[in-house]
Design a protein around this ligand. Structure first.
Ligand SMILES: *[C@@H]1O[C@H](CO)[C@@H](O)[C@H](O)[C@H]1NC(C)=O
Ligand SMILES: *[C@@H]1O[C@H](CO)[C@@H](O)[C@H](O)[C@H]1NC(C)=O
Ligand SMILES: *[C@@H]1O[C@H](CO)[C@@H](O)[C@H](O)[C@H]1NC(C)=O
Ligand SMILES: *[C@@H]1O[C@H](CO)[C@@H](O)[C@H](O)[C@H]1NC(C)=O
Length: 454
């Protein structure tokens, strides 16, 4: 929700254009599954690729960084020269805290240098590849998406995230960017982060942000969770400038809905629904399955998105989503335009979601197809308070509806304390499945239309 552009933290390595000559890029394999009602789930050989921002970007004939505090003026006097001169290296995935095994992916937020035993922030972000050069392209209208997650080692203040961005499936590979998806290029999201390259063009004066539709399936730790559509007035990546980027006071004038419309069980009045221990409805001390369903108005993949439903499965038991228990709101249990309008009205905030076209707009991106991103990060800007603290902001009236986001203390989430106290923090995503509604999990029941909201 308040995610900062990762480029802010990794400005010294940044991304580029020509594949580098030094380290071969070998993608860790991970099995995913495509499912149909008739045929069940079939394994697919996929792999993951680390985002380009994390890679060493250097002059192709030497060892000098192309970007430090800004672009190197010798290598990057203009867009074309920069693209030809700067090369993007392959990476050693283990050294970034990224491991795969069968159908599971482990992301550690911190990495320890074996030579010195010094632990530093790694905060990896990876994308799912269908083949070595192409991101998997998920088209989820009238479909569902499921995965298993272990958040038992994701404490307050850290976010193990799984979400879709409407990136180009070749990573905007072109004459300027010959590296492409193989090197994790082409990132964009609804926060319009500043990127060093957009569609292969060096962002030489940092003027541009990379905006695109974003569907947050999972932003969570062991104490709190949210799922949040963020529509944008954009088709794939849009290079925003100025007000369009929605920075500062222009938050509600930008092309993307930065706030989104979220369902967080704690925030909607269910403090005992999600947390560590067998007394919570979903026990985050153990693995569970997360199912997200994208229903359309005519139950076809050509229809208009009208509802995003959530289920959990734990110990073979299907757990329905928490229902809203907030004075002044109906007992919604899914994301619909009506729920979003009611949530904004009661909890406050501009309904930028509706202004940008709401679920219909989000659904158009989901229909065109989106790229799966998985990451783990901390939040130096707002300490993840928007996800897990009560109240948020810390000086808000605690009795006001919606200000409680999770049980975490408002003094927590400080990156320096997290790295010291929780150096082994990691999230495990596994068993990634997509397909017909009801086809991706056991004991599935399809909710009939009469029982749904629209
Ligand atoms: C790093 O830690 C390991 C395990 O504690 C230890 O065996 C090793 O000697 C340490 N290495 C350095 C360089 O301190
Ligand atoms: C920033 O750089 C672009 C080229 O990359 C140029 O078109 C634009 O005018 C520059 N803007 C400013 C404010 O310098
Ligand atoms: C569950 O138990 C834990 C630990 O005893 C406690 O902190 C938490 O508040 C309890 N949650 C509920 C919903 O009762
Ligand atoms: C279906 O649900 C029942 C009751 O909750 C459970 O005992 C059974 O193991 C489940 N079946 C599967 C295949 O998960």
């Amino acid at each position: 929700m308040y995610r900062l552009g990762v480029a802010v933290f990794f400005a010294t390595t940044a991304f580029a254009q020509v594949p580098g000559p030094l380290t071969p890029e070998v993608h860790p394999p991970v099995t995913s599954y495509k499912c149909t009602t008739a045929g069940g789930c079939k394994p697919v050989s996929s792999s993951v690729v680390l985002d380009a921002n994390y890679r060493w970007l250097h002059n192709v004939d030497g060892y000098t960084n192309c970007v430090t505090t800004g672009f190197n003026e010798e290598f990057c006097p203009d867009i074309e020269t920069c693209a030809k001169t700067c090369s993007l290296e392959g990476v050693d995935y283990a050294s970034y805290g990224i491991r795969t095994d069968g159908d599971s992916l482990t992301l550690n937020i911190y990495k320890t240098d074996p030579a010195t035993n010094v632990t530093t922030l790694s905060s990896p972000r990876v994308y799912l590849l269908a083949d070595d050069e192409t991101y998997d392209h998920f088209k989820l209208l009238n479909q569902e998406f499921s995965f298993d997650v272990d958040v038992s080692k994701v404490p307050c203040g850290i976010n193990g995230a799984l979400y879709f961005s409407e990136m180009n499936d070749k990573g905007d590979k072109n004459e300027l960017n010959t590296a492409g998806a193989k090197y994790g290029t082409g990132y964009c999201d609804a926060q319009c982060p500043t990127q060093n390259f957009i569609k292969g063009e060096a962002n030489l004066n940092g003027t541009y942000g990379a905006c695109c539709n974003e569907m947050d399936i999972w932003e969570a730790n062991r104490a709190a969770t949210a799922y949040t559509p963020h529509p944008c007035n954009a088709n794939q990546v849009f290079a925003c400038q100025g007000t369009e980027c929605g920075g500062g006071d222009a938050r509600y004038e930008g092309v993307c809905d930065k706030d989104g419309c979220d369902i967080n069980p704690y925030r909607i009045g269910n403090k005992g629904y999600y947390g560590v221990g067998a007394n919570f409805t979903v026990d985050t001390s153990r693995k569970f399955t997360v199912v997200t369903q994208f229903y359309t108005d005519d139950d076809t993949s050509e229809g208009t998105l009208t509802e995003i439903r959530r289920l959990y499965v734990q110990d073979g038991k299907v757990v329905q989503n928490a229902k809203v228990k907030v004075a002044g709101m109906d007992d919604y249990d899914s994301i619909t335009d009506e729920f979003c309008a009611s949530e904004k009205e009661v909890m406050g905030g501009t309904n930028h979601f509706a202004q940008l076209g709401g679920l219909k707009q989000m659904g158009e991106a989901i229909g065109r197809g989106m790229v799966l991103a998985m990451s783990i990060w901390d939040d130096a800007g707002s300490y993840m308070g928007w996800l897990d603290q009560d109240p948020f902001p810390a000086d808000a009236d605690p009795s006001a509806p919606g200000v409680g986001r999770g049980p975490c203390p408002t003094t927590g989430g400080r990156p320096a304390e997290l790295i010291k106290n929780h150096p082994d923090s990691r999230v495990i995503f596994s068993n990634i499945r997509s397909g017909d509604i009801g086809s991706t999990y056991s004991n599935a029941t399809v909710v009939p239309r009469w029982a749904r909201r629209s």
